[in-house]
Ligand binder design. Structure first.
Ligand SMILES: [Zn+2]
Length: 164
């Protein structure tokens, strides 16, 4: 799932801390029995320019997650923060795989190692059927990383790192 970074307000809006969804999006996910998320409360205040926009947003917390993804897929560890333990793994430059053994059976799930949200076919049909704006779904085989610089460049940029 790729969320739009455009400035206008959409049905699904990413923030620095997570994802917001309008009531339309919440209703869509509930009606389609999409799993892997929960609703959180949020107060949205509009700047004057947006005063007429629909601001009926809630937080959408994606709670589904892949297990053991880096290990199953064989992703290389690029960086591990000595302070907080956060790890960054090499992302494939093109095409993703999703081993069934990693999948927690939710419709929306987060893959920590590559910082991407995945949607099942069931979720895709619901999101597209409801015509939710602010999100684009790409088949995982066609996914490519627009920021991929190649493995060596990634390493230099990240400054290397800690072995496993
Ligand atoms: Zn850190």
């Amino acid at each position: 799932m790729k969320f739009s970074r455009k400035r206008e307000l959409a049905d699904l809006v990413p923030t620095a801390f997570g994802l917001l969804g309008r009531a339309k999006a919440i209703d869509c996910l509930l009606a389609s029995e999409i799993s892997g998320w929960r609703q959180g409360r949020v107060d949205v205040t509009a700047v004057p320019k947006l005063a007429t926009a629909a601001l009926d947003y809630s937080e959408i917390v994606v709670v589904g997650q892949a297990q053991n993804y880096a290990h199953e897929v064989g992703l290389e560890l690029l960086f591990a923060c000595p302070e907080c333990g956060r790890k960054r793994f090499e992302r494939p430059d093109h095409g993703l795989v999703m081993p069934a053994v990693c999948w927690d059976k939710t419709d929306l799930f987060w893959v920590y190692e590559i910082s991407l949200t995945f949607a099942t076919e069931h979720a895709r049909q619901a999101i597209e059927g409801c015509k939710l704006t602010g999100v684009r779904l790409t088949p995982i085989a066609e996914w490519h990383d627009p920021l991929y610089m190649g493995k060596e460049a990634e390493r230099r940029k990240r400054g290397i790192l800690i072995s496993e």
